[in-house]
Ligand binder design. Structure first.
Ligand code: PGA
Length: 261
């Protein structure tokens, strides 16, 4: 399964499901067992699910010995301390968590996440051996005002402010246009490719060409079984971050098992 595109240079597709505030611990474990059974051992792509914090331990236990990995939806940057309600990176790795979503637009919109807090969380995740999945993307108003590139050329360098070039392969960026999240309005594959190529160019601008080639850039926003193949056929799209369609095994499985043109 090879597109002959840039992924041939070693960017393993990353297919990630963001469950948001859905699924109890037991429901998440059932999902992971079911998904793992359906997928078998797939080693040409990474499959990740991100339960709420309360579902991490049971998801990790259910995923043991399978190709499914587990991500958290957020993390705090301090190792420990008087930070009521927060979760430290070491607490995640202690559970066997593999990755962490950072700066999701819902966290930026509802919980005061900024480019500066994103940068601190990315640094802390890398320091603890967690794969950060850093979310960026413009609002509808910003897109209509022609400000997409201005937004991305702020969010990417600021979010990666603490990263050095050699770490680019140890992180992923998810480009999620906010107007496409949960709306059913996916960006066209061409528009997603274009924006993601721009994100990659921004990584190049701050960390250099080699880093830009090794960083994985995902698309997110109403990814579904019926648009996944076209999205994954784009040379710069290295995977997806899926919300709604990751909540059912059948739809997420089809997304994970995309067919490259
Ligand atoms: P969606 O969510 O797939 O439901 O649009 C994507 C996301 O928020 O990561």
């Amino acid at each position: 399964m090879s597109s002959g595109g840039s992924r041939a240079r070693g960017r393993v597709p990353l297919m990630a499901g963001n469950w948001k505030m859905y699924k109890t611990s037991g429901e998440g474990a059932d999902f992971v067992r079911h998904l793992a059974g359906e997928l078998g051992v797939a080693n040409d792509r990474e499959v990740v699910v991100a339960p709420p914090f309360t579902g991490l331990a049971s998801a990790v236990a259910a995923a043991r010995g399978s190709s499914v990995k587990v991500a958290a939806q957020d993390v705090f940057w301090q190792a420990e301390g008087a930070f009521t309600g927060e979760i430290a990176p070491g607490m995640l790795t202690d559970l066997g968590v593999y990755a962490v979503i950072i700066g999701h637009s819902e966290r930026r919109q509802f919980f005061g996440e900024t480019d500066e807090t994103v940068a601190k969380k990315v640094r802390a995740a890398l320091d603890n051996g967690l794969l950060p999945i850093v979310c960026v993307g413009e609002t509808e108003a910003e897109r209509e005002a022609g400000a997409m590139e201005a937004v991305l050329s702020r969010q990417v360098p600021k979010g990666l402010a603490g990263v050095v070039a050699t770490e680019a392969g140890a992180l992923a960026i998810a480009y999620e246009p906010i107007w496409a999240i949960g709306t059913g309005r996916t960006a066209t594959a061409e528009a997603a490719q274009q924006a993601i190529a721009f994100v990659r160019s921004q990584v190049g601008a701050v960390l250099g060409e080699e880093a830009a080639e090794s960083v994985r850039v995902l698309y997110g926003g109403s990814v579904k079984p019926d648009n996944i193949d076209e999205l994954m056929a784009q040379p710069d799209i290295d995977g997806v971050l899926v919300g709604g369609a990751s909540l059912k095994v059948e739809t997420f499985k089809r997304i994970v098992q995309f067919n490259e043109a």
